[in-house]
Design a protein around this ligand. Sequence first.
Ligand code: SF4
Length: 451
Amino acid sequence: MIIPKPAPAPEPARKISFVSLGCPKALVDSERIVTRLRAEGYELARRHDGADVVIVNTCGFLDSAQAESLQAIAAALRDNGKVIVTGCMGAEPEKITAQFPNVLAVTGPQRYEDVLNAVHRAAPPRHDPFIDLLPPEGIKLTPRHYAYLKISEGCNNRCSFCIIPRLRGDLVSRPAADVLREAERLVAAGVKELLVISQDTSAYGLDIKYAASRWKEREVSARFLDLAAALGELGVWVRLHYVYPYPHVDAVIPLMAEGKVLPYLDVPFQHAAPAVLRRMRRPAAQEKTLERIRAWRSICPDLTLRSTFIVGFPGETEGDFSFLLDWLDEAALDRVGCFRYEPVQGAAANDLAEAVPEEVKEERWRRFMQRQQAISARRIKRHVGTRQQVIIDEAGPRPDGWAKGRTGGDAPEIDGTVHVTSRRPLRVGELATVKIDRADAYDLYGTVVGY
Ligand code: SF4
């Protein structure tokens, strides 16, 4: 009798520890790298020690972000020793290798192949046909019910405080059909909310001359409006980030009023005073933004506007700053973030005008926050007594059916939340109709009245 030899025990899969820093655009890069690695049989490790290699996806936007990235690299070297660096800081590898000569490789942003090659060298893949089975939508690092959808890379603008075009290059738009097919795969996998991102969403398609591509037996052109309308057909929430107030953006507002895409616009205004905007070299700086906001709201009264601002930009005078505060009163934005200007090495802004002293920046930042908080608090109160569709992000095992979610006016991670109580337990990703009972400065509180 021949006794068959037992099959050799499968080798354990290689493990990768992954650190993803920076903005949602960097998160999408991380998702792509992780998807490819998982397809090749690698597993994700929870900790650096015990992993075969660590990948750090860095952010180079501000000096403080660069410092955080360098700290993450130092920690990975300390806890593991085998470290591959990618992302925005990888565009200037000498900054990393000067401090950490023993990193295994440094690759620039979106250099997925280079990252994978470096991983193969450090920890060759072990083939396992079971691990190789991958969900078609890829691996997402966000919770299952929402996903970032990157529609382009790079940027054609040259804002004087920003080095992203130097790090990531000029605008490269994806064909509309490509974006739509990715969106369909995500929706088929259970995603309920698509967050459209890029460096300048309103510039989408400019580089490819708005070329049409085939989707669902028809041609869809690579235009901001056409893409938004097509995404709106997928039956999930569609949220638009990083939109500049160009005239052509007006055309998307009726889609919001009709409920095709969320009545939400994330417009990074950064300032309002014409002299500062000119020095910042902001896109759409010449547009009459207050008039535009008024017109948008007259078409879609439910519109939520989010923005970010920089105070203490070089050469900002007290007059410029007061102009900004008055503008805030008029604009009555819903959600606002404010940063004190921080010089970024290599940015043109540093040499444009005299730096604003730190204590002045600090004082302006406080005045700005105070003024805007009052505006935001007033805006959020308008929801009290209304019924809102809420997407559930967190649901607890508590007997009162407590859960946390967001209205269409709240983007995940940056805006407010709705605390809800419900007669029956809610599921993450579920949409519920909530009667809003009260509001505080940032959040809403309500009761579920419909499932
Ligand atoms: S729009 Fe301006 S701030 Fe945004 S990535 Fe482009 S250059 Fe940078």
